[in-house]
Write a protein that binds this ligand. Sequence first.
Ligand code: KG4
Ligand code: ZN
Length: 338
Amino acid sequence: MHTQNTYILAIESSCDDTACAILENDRVLSNVVANQKIHEQYGGVVPELASRAHQSNIIPVVDEALKQAQIDKSQLDAIAFTKGPGLMGSLLVGTSFAKSLALSLDIPLLDVHHMHGHILAHFIDDGQEKPSFPFLALTISGGHTQIVRVNSASDLVVLGTTQDDAVGEAFDKSGKILGLGYPAGPQIDRLAQSGDPRAFDFPVPKAPDLNYSFSGFKTAVLYFLQRETKKNESFIKENLEDICASIQYTLIKILFKKLEKAVIQTGIKQVAIGGGVSANSGIRQHLKSMEAKGWKTFIPPFEYTTDNAAMIGIAGYFKFLEKDYAGLDTTASPRIHM
Ligand code: KG4
Ligand code: ZN
């Protein structure tokens, strides 16, 4: 018999990180992530290799999470996992593992939308103040760029989304053109810190309403660099920090133009960010600076920004409280909507 405390084991395997976390209610007892280094040499995630790496990582990662949490499998109350969106071959590993574990332990299964995880990560107990409903969330990652109205933990409405690339891709693809390794986002962030954000002008792409577009941005960076390196072949080397700062400055401008519009349209001034790109120091600073305009802002702890299983655990915990369990016939869904 279990006590009032709920122990949830959560698995995240939607892309190239194999992750497992154990939560006691809304507290994280362990949060283990195995990054897959194999993709670096290809300059992006190779789906088949990701799936294979998940298969070899998943058991050691789950074992390590249980060990660090000092929890025995028999104490678990439910298994949460990422149902989608993501890479099919990657999702299947986590989904199959979670289903087997729930079946063998005879405990409920909780299927979680990856982006709900990124947003609900704000509710992990870390001693910080939590947003109250409704609030707006800007979810920015390698696969998503969305403005979401969060009415409750189960009622999330997408107000705007990217029509092509995600902002993480804009960072990564611009970085690739600059010769930076994958993922380039964190490197651009680091280099931008000693660069001049106004050194070079990049265009702000047009997209209707609260939607985004980033594919033109990447092309603009490519043409700009082709033009400049024709004049001076060491242009990139000599100006790398200024180029990174200017790229980051423009991407922040693009993100906040629509976010500010969403705040005005909805009248909701509580704004949270989530997803891998929310680790970006410039985006964090800019969001914080909006408090001067009356916004109340929420930035997740660094370890819960890039893909992790603790965020899947907290989203699963909300479902557990509602007894919103998944059946064993649940499947991985690479393209599910919010
Ligand atoms: O959420 P995430 O770990 O995986 C997806 O669901 O996509 O996000 C990964 C993305 C990558 O594009 C990576 O370059 C970006 O997050 N990223 C950053 C930073 N840290 C990670 N982008 C800009 N600045 C950072 N500090
Ligand atoms: Zn993610």
